[in-house]
Design a protein around this ligand. Structure first.
Ligand code: ADP
Ligand code: ZN
Length: 294
């Protein structure tokens, strides 16, 4: 058995799963103070014997294996979690390999092992929810570089009819600032799920997302792009994003992947389990790199 935690700013989804990717038991715990939340997580796993624990976490998080603050949540607006030693706390409690990565890197890896990217070796997973983040698997390996990418904060060109300010506390009108759930709400005055499908906000949304996906396609050449998160529950946005993506790319890249845009830009096949199964995939397939370096 393997343990999996999808650690989010709103909730922590915990699960026990098998090597096949099957989740045997899971629960969702609200994210409150670190002390209270961790106690409930430990309670869920009590009495289970797990071989390894995979964790896909919100961030930013220190993922430099040589860093003294490896596995600490860094600059989160959730003040009580800022600088929280997530890796150390889990490692000392469970005493098994703990494989930590970002929630979106986990989701990208999970889709590759168990979901809609099983037939390719490179993919990008982008979530559009309270924030925007993306993870990438290239040639079978998760992209880390100096830590982990922060593709949600890339710069996009303004849509001509968008005069909203942008809600990113760091950059104002970056991608997250203009296209996250809160950005949609700030622009239109209502939450996304209450907006009519014909509302112009969705055209603006699709334009920003398509710009981001074009950049991803140009920079890292993934063979598939998966879009998840609360906002993407609006299925009607997918055709709009695909159309805008094709239009912007304007035939510049032509290959078996991009040419079939319906299978290039897709929802997660693991659905609401993308995060948890991603964490499970980390536990099964990855090493505890920090521990190995010590
Ligand atoms: P989180 O990012 O906090 O983990 P979600 O991915 O569910 O959680 O994202 C929450 C954001 O997505 C909120 O801003 C919410 O308004 C928006 N959202 C959730 N469900 C929908 C929906 N069905 N349609 C449009 N927007 C939605
Ligand atoms: Zn930003």
């Amino acid at each position: 058995m393997f343990g999996a935690i999808e650690a989010g700013g709103t909730k922590m989804v915990c699960g026990i799963g098998m090597e096949t990717g099957e989740i045997i038991r899971h629960t969702s715990i609200p994210t409150t103070t670190p002390e209270e939340t961790m106690a409930r997580i430990f309670e869920f796993f009590a009495g289970e014997s797990i071989e390894a624990l995979g964790v896909g976490t919100f961030g930013p998080v220190d993922l430099d294996p040589d860093s003294d603050t490896y596995g600490h949540i860094t600059t989160t607006p959730k003040v009580r979690w800022a600088n929280y030693p997530l890796y150390e706390t889990l490692k000392s409690h469970f005493g098994v390999p703990v494989i930590l990565d970002t929630d979106v890197n986990g989701a990208a890896f999970g889709e590759m092992k168990f979901g809609g990217a099983k037939d390719v070796s490179s993919c990008v997973y982008m979530t559009v929810g309270t924030g925007i983040g993306a993870g990438a698997v290239i040639d079978g390996e998760l992209v880390h570089g100096m830590g982990h990418p922060e593709m949600g904060h890339i710069l996009v060109r303004r849509h001509p009819s968008d005069d909203s300010n942008g809600v990113c506390p760091y950059h104002g009108d970056c991608l997250e600032g203009l296209a996250s759930g809160p950005a949609i709400e700030a622009r239109s005055g209502v939450k996304g799920h209450l907006l009519d499908e014909t509302d112009e906000t969705w055209d603006i949304e699709a334009d920003y997302l398509a710009q981001a996906l074009m950049n991803f396609a140009l920079i890292i050449a993934p063979q598939r792009i998966i879009l998840g998160g609360g906002v993407m529950k609006q299925q009607h946005v997918f055709p709009k994003v695909r159309e805008a993506f094709k239009e912007k790319l304007n035939g510049y890249i032509q290959n078996q992947y991009v040419d079939n845009v319906e299978t290039y830009i897709v929802p997660p096949t693991l659905g609401d389990f993308a995060g948890l199964k991603g964490a499970l995939a980390l536990a099964i397939y990855k090493e505890d790199i920090h521990h190995a370096r010590r």
